[in-house]
Design a protein around this ligand. Structure first.
Ligand code: FNR
Length: 384
């Protein structure tokens, strides 16, 4: 269907399911075990209802905010997700250009399918911010080299992913035969020549030897991870490499949010990796709800973000009421660029912007600061 007939992020997901290869759909959409945390990430938003305020002036309504001091047209950013070229030949560059056109910020995955330099070059202007998602490998020197590379390319923040020390068990992904299109593989060889520890390399080597890949795409990408990261060692180590803001991605409970604040990082991203890592990890929005209730002080010490299952403007508004500065989305942007390239990414932002402004007006909020905890309530009954 033409983009003009796309009304919601769910419509885009339906199109993506039809156009993606079996393997790409399996990789993008899958999650761990029974995929329960992924489904509950989405459903948990439906257990939160609003207390709307009326008789408040809302003709002026501004959904913009800042993330780590960088302006964002809506309180939404692109959470780094690997291998955008599985869905579209221009891959991550579609997201970069779409984000540039709409004024939102893209977090680039460590396992992007274009080089970090190519993505930086795809920016519409040199001051378009890009965040970098770091998977720390066992070898400190590799991570150091990678951080220095993205710093020199002008990336603006480091999101250290801590919820993926080993790959989650994603059975739909593992079952799908590992097949990067031949053309894709050729292109990767050229483009990744400058990315020394190409995460694809081990998979390709294995395949050439005819070994069965028991881990699926995900397993191959998370190879050689540092399983021994700690607050005491890893955060100061990263801080010694760069002055850029540091955000810990993959906080899944209140206690770790508190430890992150004590460690002095600039932000946390409450996330369970879109349900792809620990099955039965709590839905992200529920972790945010508990943090707000139990430790409201944390929100004064660092910026709090959340991702996982947000698909509507109202989902974003619920998170903001609970104190989140912004909400990340992973799959919706992968699906959008797969189905419609750069224009699909723009469409996602336009839909969210419209839904957020409508929701703010109906809630009685004209600026994001007007969204407060009193405006939401968690219910323990299931809507019909
Ligand atoms: C991811 N995610 C992810 N996270 C990360 O830190 N590094 C990565 O390389 C990837 N790769 C990746 C690939 C795919 C296909 C998906 C779906 C996800 C997790 C991602 O950053 C984010 O946390 C989730 O996608 C958020 O959940 P939703 O919005 O997809 O429901």
């Amino acid at each position: 269907p033409p983009l003009s007939r796309i009304l919601s992020l769910w419509d885009i997901e339906d199109v993506a399911r039809k156009v993606l290869s079996y393997k790409a759909w399996a990789y993008y959409s899958s999650a761990a075990d029974e995929e329960l945390t992924h489904r509950e990430n989405i459903r948990a938003f439906s257990r939160i209802f609003f207390h709307a305020r009326v008789m408040r002036p809302v003709s002026y309504c501004d959904p913009s905010t800042t993330i780590l001091g960088f302006k964002s047209s809506i309180p939404v950013f692109v959470s780094g997700a690997a291998l955008a070229r599985l869905g579209h030949p221009l891959g991550e560059a579609n997201i970069t250009r779409g984000a540039g056109r709409t004024g939102i910020i893209q977090m680039v995955s460590s396992n992007a399918s274009l080089s970090y330099a190519q993505i930086a070059e795809a920016r519409l202007a040199p001051d378009q911010p890009l965040f970098f998602q770091l998977y720390k490998r066992r070898d400190d020197a590799l991570a150091e080299q990678r951080v220095r590379e993205v710093v020199s390319l002008g990336y603006s923040a480091i999101f250290l992913t801590v919820d993926a020390v080993v790959p989650g068990n994603r059975e739909r992904d593992i079952r799908a035969p590992f097949e990067l299109e031949a053309q894709e593989r050729e292109a990767e060889k050229v483009e990744r020549a400058d990315q020394a520890d190409s995460p694809e390399a081990p998979v390709q080597d294995k395949e050439e030897k005819g070994e069965t890949n028991l881990l699926g795409t995900a397993g191959a990408l998370i190879a050689n991870a540092d399983l021994d990261m700690t607050w005491e060692r890893t955060v100061p180590w990263l801080r010694s490499l760069t002055k850029l803001p540091i955000v810990i991605k993959g906080i899944q409970c209140v206690e770790d949010a508190v430890l992150a604040a004590e460690a002095g990082v600039d932000g946390i991203l409450i996330s369970n990796h879109g349900g792809r890592q620990l099955e039965y990890s709590l839905p992200s929005i529920d972790v945010l709800y508990r943090l707000r209730k139990q430790r409201p002080d944390v929100f004064n010490k660092l910026e709090v973000y959340v991702d996982g299952g947000a698909r509507r403007g109202t989902d974003v508004l619920k998170a903001l009421c609970l104190g989140a500065k912004a909400v990340g989305m992973g799959r919706p942007f992968l699906y959008a660029q797969s189905a419609y390239g750069e224009d699909g990414v723009v469409k996602v932002v336009e839909i969210l912007q419209r839904e957020i402004v409508t929701g703010m007006r109906l809630l009685g909020a004209s600026r994001v600061q007007d969204l407060v905890p009193d405006m939401v309530e968690q219910v323990n009954w299931q809507p019909l």
